[in-house]
Ligand binder design. Structure first.
Ligand code: PLP
Length: 478
């Protein structure tokens, strides 16, 4: 395929037409793929083709084999996990980034990639109301941003771990990280990867609204210090994964500062809501944090993957990670070489899609979309509360509602009943929702985050839930 014979353009236009058609009605597909385990593997050859194949054949297989194995995150009734959607213009940005095939490891390897990252993350910082002494860096995911924050927190202890490592050191106390049962698991994974160990990830109690109890955190830190541990980092979440609860970040900041403990704020999902004046408070307490993660690929209309880590002290990140080989040494001054600020050397040109999205929607366009999602979730919560036998089981300040069917006449376990209802609803192909556990009970969860989702979509999900519940409920005796 070359530009010279026009075949590139023909193929590109075909793909453009396919995408246009897809975007016209992603709801035509079953939202949850009906593919069975191993189905695609069985359908494809075990070895790469010896000779190149024509685009037509590849594209035909894309439509025939790949699309049926897709779960459609673009479907307006994708309500599982955290529902997402990207501004369509970002597909064009991704195509351009792929065409340029930039590796933004150094400033000089594409000055525009590095500087656009600085500009767009500056815009986003202002949108979020964060102070201007935060410096943002793009990573692929919040998991990597969280890992990077933990690594910086470890470096900040001044224990010379970068040079000497951790193993076999009698001078090194066990380092401690503080979370709650609702903190996303990437923090624990980060602690595993950094040699801190799962046993040193301390679970602090939560209150009735699933938010960290600050007095329990203070006690855990003080007890640990008295017992010879080294408290390293507390993680506060703005918008937890299960229920979107928010930890009392300001109080946590105060008590961690007094105790010399790093505060990392995981605002991967909830942070974007701070672009709304009425939700600005969500990040107020985070203004004094050492690091904050926000995921534009969750709720700011940028496609996976693009996560932002804001840090107070970017120099500390450099001290943690900078390690250039002779080949990569550069001599420009006053520039950021972002390979020095994290684990990875090679970096995609991710800022381009954020720039396209922010310029296309504007702040107001993003705000309108978030407000709409939050309003739909509130309306759904109202329907659930008003329906006999159904209960909303957690506060729902943002765009997620957790609920459970709890009729009086249940034969057997309520968990099994709710699971059966969810499975039946998902099997229709019309709707995809997921579950979580609260107080050791299975709870259904609807997350609204797709810009195509309408009130009718939410209503259809609710109607299906009620239909499947009614089909499984025993008639009351007598
Ligand atoms: C609160 C929270 N933090 C972090 C993550 C991890 O996000 P990522 O997939 O960007 O690593 C998630 C994922 O849903 C999340 O809900």
């Amino acid at each position: 395929m070359t530009p010279d014979d026009g075949s590139f353009r023909v193929a590109f236009e075909r793909v453009a037409a396919w995408i246009e058609d897809y975007y016209r009605s992603p709801g035509r597909y079953p939202v949850l793929s009906r593919s069975r385990p191993g189905e695609l593997i069985a359908a494809l050859p075990g070895e790469a083709p010896a000779d190149g194949e024509p685009f037509d054949r590849i594209f035909a297989d894309f439509e025939r084999l790949i699309v049926p194995g897709i779960t459609h995150w673009n479907h307006p009734r994708f309500f599982a996990y955290f529902a997402i959607s990207a501004a369509q213009v970002t597909v064009l940005a991704e195509a351009l980034a792929a065409a340029l095939d930039v590796n933004a490891m150094l400033w000089r390897t594409s000055p525009a990639a590095t500087e656009l990252e600085d500009v767009t993350l500056g815009w986003l910082r202002i949108m979020l109301g964060l102070p201007d002494d935060f410096h943002g860096i793009v990573y692929d995911t919040a998991s990597i941003g969280g890992f990077t924050a933990l690594a910086a927190a470890r470096e900040a202890l001044g224990l010379d771990i970068r040079a000497r490592g951790m193993a076999g050191r009698s001078d090194l106390p066990a380092l401690r990280v503080y979370v709650t049962e609702h903190t996303h698991s990437h923090i624990e994974k980060g602690a595993i990867a950094l040699g801190i160990g799962r046993e040193n990830v301390v679970t602090v109690a939560v209150d009735d609204a699933f938010a960290m109890r600050p007095e329990a955190l203070a006690r855990a830190i003080d007890d640990d210090r008295a017992a010879g541990y080294r408290p390293m980092c507390a993680v506060a979440t703005v918008g937890t994964t299960s229920t979107t609860s928010t930890d009392p970040v300001a109080t946590i900041r105060e008590l961690t500062r007094e105790r010399g403990v790093w505060l990392h704020v995981d605002a991967a999902y909830g942070g974007p809501a701070a672009i709304l004046p009425e939700f600005r408070w969500l990040l107020d307490g985070a203004h004094g944090a050492d690091s904050i993660v926000v995921n534009p690929h969750k709720w700011l209309f940028v496609p996976v993957d693009l996560s932002v880590l804001y840090v107070r002290d970017p120099e500390l990140l450099r001290r943690t990670f900078s390690l250039a080989s002779d080949v990569l040494v550069t001599y420009e001054s006053g520039v950021h070489n972002y390979m020095d600020y994290g684990l990875q050397l090679g970096r995609r040109f991710r800022a381009l899609k954020l720039w396209f999205a922010l310029r296309t929607y504007g702040v107001r366009g993003m705000q309108e979309r978030l407000r709409n999602h939050i309003a739909l979730a509130q309306e759904l919560a109202g329907w659930i509360e008003a329906e006999p036998g159904w209960n909303v089981v957690a506060p729902h300040p943002l765009s997620v509602v957790c609920f459970r069917y709890e009729p009086s006449a249940v034969d057997g376990s309520g968990d099994a009943l709710n699971l059966a209802i969810m499975d039946a609803v998902n099997a229709t192909g019309e709707v995809f929702l997921s579950s979580t556990r609260l107080h050791d009970r299975l709870v259904l969860r609807i997350a609204i985050g797709n810009e195509r989702t309408t009130r009718d979509d939410v209503r259809l999900a609710w109607d299906l839930l009620r239909r499947e519940a009614a089909a499984r409920t025993l008639a009351p005796p007598g």
